[in-house]
Design a protein around this ligand. Sequence first.
Ligand SMILES: Cc1cc2nc3c(=O)[nH]c(=O)nc-3n(C[C@H](O)[C@H](O)[C@H](O)COP(=O)(O)O)c2cc1C
Length: 459
Amino acid sequence: MKIAVLNGSPKGEISVTMQYINYIQKKFPSHELKIFNVSQRIKKIETDENSFSEIIDYIKTSDAVIWAFPLYVFLVASQYKRFIELIWERKAENVFENKFAAVLTTSIHFFDHTAHNYMHSICDDLNMKFIGGYSAEMMDLEKEDKRKNLFSFASNFFESIEKNIYSMKYYHPLIRNEIKYNPGVSDIKLNTGNKKITILTDSKAEDLNLINMVQKFKNSFAGEIETINLYDIDIKGGCLGDLKCGRANECNYLNSDGFVEFHKTKVMTSDILIFAGSIKDRYLSSKWKQFFDRSFFNTHLPVLKGKQLGFLISGPLSQIPNLYEIMEGFSEFQNANLAGVVTDESNDNNKTDEAINNFAIQLIKFSEMSYVKPSTFLGVGGMKIFRDEMFSNLRFPFKADHIYYKKNGIYDFPNNKYKQISAGIILNMLNNISGFRKVLNDKLKVEMIKSLAKAVKTN
Ligand SMILES: Cc1cc2nc3c(=O)[nH]c(=O)nc-3n(C[C@H](O)[C@H](O)[C@H](O)COP(=O)(O)O)c2cc1C
């Protein structure tokens, strides 16, 4: 069988992910797995139509496609995202139709599910026959049971193609509401006080709804609000994944483009940040993805801690819960407050006006109160992954993270909680004795709320 492997690592073949592909190739020598270094060669693919056609022509005659990529900031790398956009821009969707597809990723399992959801939905949008996804932890290949697992995944994939199995669609096509948003006159003029608000947008001339939403938001304030278009920033390219940032948060591009300077002086100094973008496929644009990937020079540090974040989105966000979860996960990991998300999905312009007004009021109010809503599983669970990784496996190369985590009490392992651990041991022993068990059970409910009730009483 001929299988096209679309490699999403900006590192090309010297990549963790490609070792998993190499393993599959070794175990299934009768199949040809042809690797295309899509992310690494994105500039060429974008500017030279032949480079793009070469990949598309191979896919045309192949039996299946493996989307193989590393997790990059909740999704695929921006370069890979750009390639996905090119498929539609260059009208190559039909080549993917009815081809079998699988997704293989490597990561540390931080929001690997959102990347898988994204890629699965893209496969469905391309009318591919999706067989399944495999999310490997970076170093899984070292372990025998994981290699066996990978073998089973690949074996099932090839067998499914041979048997031409039926694959059911999971994601329905997005329905786009073509409603034009024309903002009404603003009836509020908020005072920003000492709060610095910055709007980041990737709008182009044709993104009229987004431009109008941004303008409406700006009109809600008495003073001028700075708006920065990501296309006006000197960004030479996407993150290269070389991890030069790990030691002291210095980006490999440091002196060759303006991103780090922009991020440090405009993004990190704002109290309120508005991200304005239009939905492109099942995410925002690859330009926005580039922004998030390049922000990784801050590695796993919550540099937006305490800030208010808001999203102004043009497009069918309500049909893409996965993207909403990414927004929440991003805000929670940053220890920032997701103050609101407004879209142009309402058929009633007045409602959108009202939503933007409320959004503006809420942002200022929350900022003045320094309010950050508590993290859910997304932030709490995610942070535990980072905590464990920075303490051990990833202490090198992420020295800067390790220093910050140590200093800021992020290494809060439960094995340091000696009081709770010894109480647990003693109580479990007593619980084995039937006489004590009844007393303990009777007291459990009251004891659980004792310290909380005390806090209510004394504060
Ligand atoms: C810019 C950047 C962003 C990353 N984002 C994530 C992430 O969101 N979740 C995760 O689990 N791993 C993340 N990683 C880790 C990579 O997915 C992981 O190291 C992967 O195995 C690298 O594969 P490669 O060598 O094939 O590029 C990120 C790495 C980089 C460089």
